[in-house]
Design a protein around this ligand. Structure first.
Ligand code: ADP
Ligand code: MG
Length: 413
């Protein structure tokens, strides 16, 4: 994009929650500007559920009137949180003496599918952003939203601001996409659970995609996927410190090794992620004649009802799989209507052990099981692939399980 050095800087909800924090945000933006970058700033809505302008607060307000608000209108409402936050951010920057402009998703040219509430960015028309950058302005873009070809406002689903940042980074061919948050980088486990979780200095897109996909909410998996398409480096760092954070890049790209970092692709385990609120279903299929077809029938029915399934184990007389707690009743009803007996185990948690080295090393699964059983944790189900091991445990055991695995694989500081 000419000679502009574009830097995308995304600030999450906690980073913009108070004016004191927004000043710290502004300092990050101004520092980039002073270094010669053209900053494109993506902001999330202010605060978390319960705060006056948080997205959940807006939602609850209207759901108190009508539990079935049309999805199109819901998206217009949900897009307001970022608009408010964006105006506040621009006002802060201008007050500090910098020229800044707010562009909504529509004004920034972010075109999406028309799946309200969970829209996909299909393309970006960067003209407006580029013109403003060329004029020397700091461009602030509302995260989490876009517009359909027909002009309807859409939102991108949870973690949507991360996706906005990555998509802009790709569309504008940014030097880097910086994701600023309330922790100092991507860590070996959620620091809220594991006290000595360690910051990962340099990791590959694939490792972080897996970690994010399996529940580490520090970055949205879709954002990782998008940045990876064009190899734009992603950095995750803290709004509230100067720590270098985590660099997410491609291990084949050697540019970054030269600046003194060390890509450890020989790492056995990268990190541990967890997802609570999962129900295990055990479907009895022994009365059915044609077993392969029966399994197919079950999963087709789930797909038809838009229920995503996980952790599938097919046994001669039983099919075991998991769904989210919130859709478990619906799944059981469907199965019962098909004539199946179903056993359920609600409130489970899925623990994922992620690492590129798992495939080459034998005994990793044994170590996982040993770490858990030595703590008296019952493993309800397990599975593995070349880069991930999954175990299902009771939700009460989740924290203990994450901690004991973190300990066992010596991931801590
Ligand atoms: P933001 O509002 O900035 O988008 P999020 O709450 O979405 O922030 O993500 C940051 C949070 O992600 C952290 O506060 C942390 O508790 C959580 N988290 C979960 N897993 C990890 C991990 N592996 N590394 C870092 N943070 C993690
Ligand atoms: Mg987030």
């Amino acid at each position: 994009m000419g000679n502009l050095r574009i830097l995308v800087q995304k600030f999450g909800g906690t980073s913009v929650a108070t004016q004191e924090r927004r000043i710290q945000v502004a300092e990050k933006i101004i520092a980039a500007k002073e270094e010669g970058y053209s900053p494109v700033v993506v902001v999330s809505a202010i605060g978390r559920s319960g705060d006056p302008y948080a997205t959940d607060t807006l939602l609850n307000m209207v759901k108190g009137i009508n539990s079935d608000v049309p999805r199109r209108e819901l998206d217009i409402l949900m897009s307001c949180g970022e608009v408010i936050s964006g105006v506040v951010m621009v006002s802060t920057l201008v007050e500090l003496g910098y020229d800044a402009i707010l562009l909504t998703g529509a004004q920034a040219g972010i075109i999406t599918s028309n799946t309200f509430g969970d829209a996909r960015i299909v393309r970006i028309k960067p003209k407006n952003i580029l013109e403003n950058l060329t004029e020397g302005k700091i461009v602030v873009v509302t995260g989490f939203q876009g517009i359909t070809e027909d002009g309807d406002v859409t939102t991108l689903g949870r973690g949507g601001s991360d996706t906005t940042a990555s998509a802009l980074g790709v569309a504008l061919d940014a030097e880097t996409i910086d994701i600023y948050t309330d922790v100092e980088g991507i860590m070996t486990a959620d620091p809220r659970i594991v006290d000595n979780a360690k910051i990962l200095d340099v990791v590959t897109y694939n490792e972080i995609f897996q970690l994010a996909y399996q529940g580490a909410k520090v970055i949205h998996p879709r954002a990782v996927e998008i940045a990876m398409q064009k190899n734009i480096p992603l950095r995750v760092k803290s709004t509230f410190s100067d720590a270098p954070g985590t660099l997410v890049t491609n291990q084949v790209d050697s540019d970054y090794i030269e600046i003194g970092t060390d890509i450890k692709n020989d790492r056995l385990i990268t990190g541990i992620a967890h997802t609570p609120n999962i129900t295990q279903l055990r479907v009895n299929t022994q009365n059915e004649q044609n077993v392969p077809e029966v399994d197919l029938k079950i999963f087709k029915a789930m797909a038809l009802a838009d229920i995503s399934v996980d952790f599938i184990t097919v046994l001669p007389n039983t099919v075991i799989y998991t769904v989210k707690d919130e859709v478990a009743d619906k799944a059981v009803k469907i199965l019962n209507n098909m004539g199946f007996e179903v056993g359920t185990r609600p409130s489970c948690a899925k623990i994922s052990i992620i690492g590129g080295g798992i495939a080459e090393v034998t005994g990793v699964m044994a170590q996982v099981l040993e770490a858990l059983t030595s703590q008296g944790i019952q493993v309800l189900q397990s599975a593995d692939s070349n880069a991930t091991i999954w175990v299902l445990v009771a939700k009460e055991d989740m924290v203990k399980a994450v901690r004991s695995l973190h300990e066992s694989f010596l991931l801590g500081r």
